[in-house]
Design a protein around this ligand. Structure first.
Ligand code: CP
Length: 324
């Protein structure tokens, strides 16, 4: 089967893969946000399907758990008309000891067009990309990056605030273990936001001093004049040793509740990539308040954003294809 023709309006990317935000130029990132804007209304349409990726194959390869990202890529692929395969890693040959490289070679032999990978090790997606001939999308590698989460966050901010440039955006909590924080810092600064990291010294890496951001260890002061507050999950599973005295104390100093939210701008909006630890980094009265919380919109916007990314990577590789 041949693929459907790539639409003229599809974004063309210079890189084959999306492994980190640095794979995108500023112009490419903005073009992807613009393209996602075109796909967003489709999610409310009665028929939600396009045929742009008809004949293309997308494999989801998730070595770590996921609710939002995996289902979002699956829906995005299906809505673009692709054949989508979700590899069940726990029941695959990897459970029998097959290596990541051998798994990559096996999947590559089936000629997929797009491989979406999540792995607990930083750099796993890049390693895999060197072994396959299709486009690889990093859906989260260890503490390194989660570029499509940052794109959907930027897309959500731009939709709600009308711009990103000039906004003050706080990223709060467990920065040290967060791939979402790393990708968001790269993208939001690339797009002209002023980014402020807020967290205890044990959860803000020393390298953050070189990221071109402001750093505050006092949440109450750090939230002053913020337009957007992005809360992060406390990643207890990645922590070695006692980096916080207790979850209760962490919430007292760094959890976002209604009192702390009042210290930001009156029209400040709240984000969280999920999954949330309610009562640890965020109070339910903030997370569930539709006047301030963008959390459900982030999930919804993720599908449109990933449609734009899939289309761009698939269509950037389109060459003169012929019938078999
Ligand atoms: N935001 C995010 O990556 O969520 P999942 O772990 O559910 O995919």
């Amino acid at each position: 089967m041949t693929s459907a023709a790539a639409p003229d309006s599809a974004v063309r990317l210079s890189r084959r893969d999306l492994l980190a935000i640095d794979d995108l130029t500023r112009a490419e990132a903005i073009a992807l946000l613009d393209r996602a804007e075109r796909f967003a209304p489709l999610l409310s349409a009665s028929v939600k399907k396009l045929d742009t990726l008809r004949g293309r194959t997308l494999i989801n390869l998730f070595f770590e758990t996921s609710t939002r990202t995996q289902s979002s890529f699956e829906l995005a692929g299906k809505r673009m008309g692709a054949d989508v395969v979700n590899m069940a890693v726990r029941t695959s040959a990897m459970a029998k000891g097959e290596t990541l490289i051998d798994t990559a070679a096996t999947l590559n032999a089936m000629s997929p067009d797009l491989l979406v990978v999540r792995h607990a090790s930083s750099g796993a997606a890049a390693l895999l990309a060197r072994k396959v001939s299709c486009s690889v999308i990093n859906a989260g590698d260890g503490q390194h990056e989660h570029p499509t989460q940052a794109l959907l966050d930027a897309f959500t901010i731009r939709r709600e605030k009308g711009r990103i440039e000039g906004l003050t955006i706080a990223i709060c909590g467990d920065i040290a273990h967060s791939r979402v924080a790393r990708s968001n810092v790269r993208l939001l600064t690339l797009l002209g936001a002023r980014v402020r990291l807020i967290g205890p010294p044990t959860l803000v890496p020393a390298s953050a001093a070189r990221w071109g951001v402001e750093i505050s260890h006092d949440m109450r002061r750090g939230l002053e004049a913020c337009d957007v507050i992005m809360m992060l999950r406390l990643q207890l599973e990645r922590m070695q040793g006692g980096l916080i005295p207790s979850q209760r104390e962490f919430f007292w100093f760094y959890g976002l509740d209604e009192d702390k939210l009042r210290l930001a701008k009156p029209d400040a909006l709240v984000m969280h990539p999920g999954p949330m630890n309610r009562g640890v980094e965020i109070d339910s009265r903030v997370a569930d308040d539709p006047r301030v919380s963008l959390i459900e919109k982030q999930v919804r916007n993720g599908v449109a954003m990933r449609m734009a990314v899939l289309e761009a990577l698939a269509c950037s590789r389109t060459t003169g294809e012929t019938e078999p």
